[in-house]
Design a protein around this ligand. Structure first.
Ligand code: SAH
Ligand code: SF4
Length: 430
């Protein structure tokens, strides 16, 4: 049975749901909210205006109200119409009777000894997913989920052992950023705060210091939580547009990175329609190893993937593509692998940096992390070839918040069931 989502009539009824390797549009039942109201979070300003018009305002008033409401929702972060002080007192209950301002429900919030925070969130139709905030000295990165579970089955990833439950809606994706701002207390409180934030966010060519100097904790977003964002392309794009909108959350596209396991056919559209930084989960340099650990490689091989990276709109030496490479003991971590990685990056003339990720263990994982000496030797070979190759420090391991550890308790399955699922998924890729 299809899971049911929030009832906004404006959400497409045919939502793209990932198949094993390509998005397959399937009909999705949309159940109206019991109270008949429509959630405004996740909708573009134009759609809010047309809803206001349908509800009885004339076109001009609808446009003006939509502009005001949009500002209150995304810029000031209010959660009640009553707080919208420049909207007439009589209008506020009119709005509240017809619309709601949704946020995912917080089920649990955890804090790691290193300051990393993880939230277990729940959709209105009771599916659990996770979001992580990683504070650093000079930045704060929010790791956002795009799906509940994942259809892909990368062998080293805990999320990959979950079934795909469903795609998150634009509201549930942008709602994560809004919840993080709530939790960090980062909504502008006064008109002058608002002006400052707008100035910092509106300008694409902003210099780095302008943004961080306004003292924000949340400065960067990575689409690296649960799920494969390019298998939920439309919803991820619509959500990120709200995040980047200068009248909205106003984060620069330069501070947003989308990570894909290699959904080649969607990469060009990602660059053109979203325009954010790209990270690619490469993890191996030979067909055999990548087929095993990142099974989507059976559909879109390394050459096709690297060509799509070379063609990625907007990539340049100033905006490099990040290649993520998880360090798995005796699997993909030899000096020869490192040299082949350098050769491939050169062959495709890629403006690249390499992120080496020590493998984060989880119960029943079939791999171990490479030794620190091995990681160092691998990193040196890449670095000496003139390619930046930092080793990522694992964050939030004690609360299972590190890369690849996200998995909601409700989805825990027996080892036998996991193996059966893995085989099913592999068979579908052949
Ligand atoms: N589905 C997307 C984004 C989510 S995963 C993707 O695959 O790119 C974010 C990153 O964490 C990916 O590079 C992923 O390969 C990596 N990762 C997954 N499991 C991991 C683990 N156990 N240890 C270290 N990194 C892991
Ligand atoms: Fe899905 Fe990414 Fe995990 Fe692979 S690494 S299973 S694509 S979340």
């Amino acid at each position: 049975m299809q899971s049911q989502i929030d009832p906004s009539p404006s959400l497409p009824v045919n939502m793209p749901i990932a198949g094993h390797v390509d998005p397959v549009p399937v009909p999705r039942e949309v159940t109206p909210r019991e109270d008949g109201r429509v959630d405004l979070i996740g909708l573009p300003k134009k759609q809010i205006a047309s809803l206001f018009e349908t509800a009885g305002l004339d076109a001009k008033a609808a446009k003006l109200r939509a502009k005001q409401v949009f500002h209150w929702l995304y810029h000031r972060g209010v959660t009640e119409f009553e707080a919208m002080t420049d909207i007439a007192k009589t209008m506020r209950p009119w709005l509240a009777e017809r619309f709601v301002i949704g946020r995912p429900e917080i089920v649990e919030a955890q804090v790691s000894t290193d300051g990393t925070r993880k939230w277990l969130l729940r959709t209105a139709d009771k599916h659990d997913f996770e979001m992580v905030f990683i504070p650093d000295a000079d930045r704060g990165t929010l790791c956002v989920s795009s799906q509940v579970g994942c259809t892909l089955n990368c062998r080293f990833c805990h999320t990959g052992t979950m079934r795909l439950v469903r795609n998150l809606t634009p509201g549930e994706i942008v709602g994560q950023v809004m919840l993080a701002r709530d939790a960090l207390g980062e909504w502008p409180k006064s008109a002058s705060d608002t002006r400052l934030a707008t100035m910092a966010g509106l300008d694409d060519e902003e210099d780095e210091s302008a943004y961080s100097s306004d003292g924000r904790l949340l400065t960067n977003i990575v689409m690296m939580g649960m799920g494969e964002p390019l298998y939920n392309f439309d919803n991820v794009r619509d959500a990120l547009k709200l995040v980047m909108d200068g009248d909205g959350l106003a984060l620069s596209k330069r501070r947003i990175t989308l990570s894909t396991s290699g959904v080649v056919p969607m990469m060009e559209r990602c660059g053109e329609e979203i325009g954010v930084n790209l990270a690619v989960s490469l993890h191996a340099v030979t067909k055999d190893v990548r087929d095993e650990i990142v099974p989507i490689n059976r559909k879109y091989g390394i050459d096709e993937l690297l060509q799509a990276c070379a063609d990625y709109p907007g990539a340049s030496n100033a905006r490099r593509i990040t290649f993520e490479y998880v360090m798995l003991k005796d699997k993909n971590d030899s000096d020869e692998d490192a040299r082949e990685l350098v050769r491939l990056i050169r062959q495709y003339k890629l403006p690249a940096k390499v992120n080496l990720i020590p493998f984060n263990p989880w119960p029943g994982a079939p791999y171990e992390c490479s030794s620190p000496e091995r990681i160092k030797s691998f990193a040196n070979i890449v670095f000496e070839a003139g390619i930046s190759a930092p080793v990522r420090t694992p964050r939030g391991r004690d609360i299972d918040a590190a890369c690849g550890q996200l998995k909601t308790a409700a989805e825990k399955k027996s080892r036998a069931e996991l193996d059966r699922l893995a085989e099913e998924k592999m068979a579908a890729l052949d």
